[in-house]
Design a binder for this molecule. Sequence first.
Ligand code: SF4
Length: 380
Amino acid sequence: MHHRLAAANLLDLSDRLDAGERLGLDAGVRLFACPDLLALGWLANRERERRHGHRTYFNHNIRIEATNVCVASCLFCSFARLRPGDAGSYTMSLEQAWDKLRQRRDEPLTEVHVVNGLHPDLPFTYYTDLLRGFKQIRPDVHLKCFTAVEIAFFADLYGMSDEHVLAELMTAGLDSLPGGGAEIFAERVRRKICHDKCDADRYLAIHRTAHRLGMRSNVTMLYGHIETPEERIDHMLRARALQDETGGFQAFIPLAFHPDNNQMRKLPAPTAADTLRVHAVARLMLDNIPHVKAFWIATGVEVAQTSLWFGVDDLDGTVQEERIYHMAGAVTPEALTTTAIRRLIRAAGRTPVERDTLYRVLHEDASPGDAHGDPARVVQ
Ligand code: SF4
């Protein structure tokens, strides 16, 4: 590999990573410019295996998007409808939302993931009651709900501070925040693609507050539209800087831009090579965020599987009924069973590990080559 890294002009970066040194903006941009995708993947895989070996995490979760009514107008969004009553708009009653969980009451799922549009007319109690109802149906389930963009919107709409909103939602049952709404932190891009929602500083401030209040969260990055390599690295560095402060991010999740049915439909979707590159660079830049996740709904199942050798150690979960990406043209299934996810991971030569939202191990399969081990053993 030495010769290949040298030919790809990655040898000095490899040495720096080996010595535990951090990479900065210039090095990150060089990684994106490197034409040898396999050499880049090799480096990212080395970092992945240092942290996780063959382990590949997933969870048993469901997604509920309770409303797609949204006052914002992000150019890349195919999910939102501006007003209640607009064609294609919907808002679930609390009973309808709770029913989504009731129908799966007997499944061993561990997480409900909720993200919504920014609905201008719902009372704050809609969200607190939503959480309380979920906890009544399944007290053991982890509620990972509301992006920082939603938290900022609630604060402005209901005249509360961001911290007060978070505290009230935690009292109602909120356990952690998802990472959505980060898009690209750079102001140039944000002004163009999502000018009317909370800015990068507030997104990060809300996660900082959530971490201080004792919650964990994730951070995403929407890639493959108008952002530059410098802006991608800047995004990663801002996430890394907050992680240095709080340690509260669990996973970095690159999200592929999908161009169907939105105002950026003239742009091509990112290629598989770009997707692998973004995940690999994220693993190399984010030395302090434990997990890099491929959201298989967005990357496609096959690319997600390949990414397990390009820095990725987590495949999200079973998901169920995802709408945001499917309204943007995703052709992936809307759900995978835990058996199917395990099979995908094993077929890629990795070890499936079912986790809960906080990465506590629930079930770990035998490692590849572990011919004498149990095919599946409960470790906790
Ligand atoms: S991305 Fe989120 S905030 Fe933006 S328009 Fe879509 S639902 Fe609304």
